[in-house]
Ligand binder design. Structure first.
Ligand code: SF4
Ligand code: SF4
Length: 411
């Protein structure tokens, strides 16, 4: 082996080591850029401005196979703000292809994981646009089993096989409110590595929000995207992650560390870290600082922070969640959780009795009677899959009058 080949190989090994290190650092910087539109003419320049200070794309070598894990949660149009916008994905694909990479864009939406179902999602979300610049849409719908003894709660799991063909994964999320986890952004986006029909099982396996959050953090650790980006140009507020309202947020975020990215996103939306179980889990595991003020931020959030972002109603009083160590805080958390509990309720006039919620419910808590969904409250584990996947937005997150009063006061 010539000395040049040896040096090249060694550099490549070091790069892989750096990218695949199973540890996100609290000190990983987050880049933020004010950006207001999905203008095809400016999207690439905006992404370049966002990403170049991080210096991550520059380290990707020619010939690398890159998977962009987008958020394609459902067959919804780009302007419904549930999915990563195609204009941004096209711009990122172009940048990677210019570097000599092979690029595949994929995700596993809720529902069947096959070419027909996912094909419909590609059509609706405008994903075929990436093919125009030479990227491919994933067409491998195989499933694989992983063993992950290092995981905190997730030691074995099923995942989407196409990820095995990637040298590197880039996570391109959408910033939204979320029924179960409060906010959906970079870390939560990696739940899409689990095939759609299997996702409800994970809600059943991890019914406690804290465990579900740790499971997501484990997935992030296992797949370890080298770069996370969030499309927060137009996000979703209210009944998210699929049935909310588009909301102009006006920025792009990026970091090597998905939790640091989420911490800055939480500041923009007005969440405290303790209100977001995934972020809190990452904090307790030492992967992200306790507050956004401790982050190294490249760019400025001036003018971006929203004081009136409409949340999905909270699941319990996370203000009492604390760090999980104090017995008094834990007791308060339990009591508040019971009093302020939220649950899915059906808006009957919108329900068409299609049965999607019944089929997806991991607790088998839904039956269809007289062409309307009926929930068995005792069986319901409040995973909000029915709310997430109802195509008619007929399932809403409901909170008690006491919970409404509490949250109004808190804000
Ligand atoms: S609630 Fe939604 S998913 Fe369930 S049956 Fe009604 S329309 Fe279908
Ligand atoms: S009824 Fe809805 S919230 Fe309750 S377990 Fe079923 S899918 Fe989850």
């Amino acid at each position: 082996m010539s000395i040049l080949v040896y040096i090249f190989k060694k550099a490549e090994i070091n790069l892989k080591k750096e990218f695949n290190s199973k540890c996100y650092e609290k000190t990983d910087p987050v880049s933020v850029l004010s950006y207001q539109s999905y203008d095809e003419k400016t999207a690439k320049a905006a992404l370049q401005r966002l990403l170049s200070p991080l210096g991550i794309l520059e380290k990707i070598s020619e010939g690398s196979r890159v998977v962009i894990k987008a958020n394609l949660v459902s067959a919804m149009k780009p302007d419904e703000a549930a999915t990563t916008h195609p204009t941004l994905l096209v711009a990122l694909c172009e940048m990677l292809i210019e570097r000599g990479c092979e690029v595949v864009v994929g995700d596993s939406p809720g529902g069947l994981y096959n070419s027909v179902f996912v094909g419909r999602v590609y059509n609706a979300t405008g994903m075929h646009a990436v093919e125009r610049v030479g990227a491919r849409l994933n067409s491998d719908f195989s499933q694989r089993e992983a063993e992950f003894p290092e995981g905190k709660v997730l030691h074995s799991f099923t995942y989407t096989g196409y990820l095995d063909n990637a040298d590197l994964i880039i996570n391109f999320a959408k910033l939204k409110s979320h029924g179960m986890m409060g906010m959906s952004c970079a870390a939560k986006n990696m739940f899409g590595t689990v095939p759609g029909v299997i996702k409800p099982e994970y809600h059943f396996r991890f019914p406690r929000y804290e465990d579900f959050a740790d499971m997501i953090v484990d997935l992030d650790e296992y797949f370890h995207p080298i770069l996370s980006i969030a499309d927060a140009v137009v996000g979703m507020e209210g009944n998210g992650p699929t049935a909310g309202t588009p909301r102009q947020i006006g920025c792009l975020l990026a970091s090597h560390n998905p939790h640091n990215l989420d911490l800055l996103a939480s500041k923009i939306l007005g969440f405290a870290r303790e209100e977001l179980p995934i972020l809190n889990a990452a904090y307790l595991r030492g992967m992200t600082p306790g507050s956004p003020e401790e982050l190294e931020v490249i760019g400025s959030t001036d003018g971006l922070c929203l004081s009136d972002f409409e949340r999905v109603v909270e699941r319990r009083s996370l203000a009492f969640a604390g760090d999980g160590k104090s017995p008094i805080k834990r007791l308060f958390s339990k009591i508040a959780g019971a009093i302020l509990k939220t649950r899915p309720v059906l808006k009957k006039s919108l329900c068409v009795g299609c049965g999607i919620c019944r089929d997806i419910c991991p607790a088998k808590a839904i039956v269809i009677k007289n062409k309307k969904a009926v929930i068995d409250r005792k069986s319901c584990i409040r995973c909000f899959c029915c709310q997430e996947f109802c195509p008619k937005s007929a399932m809403k997150v409901h909170r008690t009058a006491l919970a409404s009063l509490f949250h109004r006061k808190k804000r």
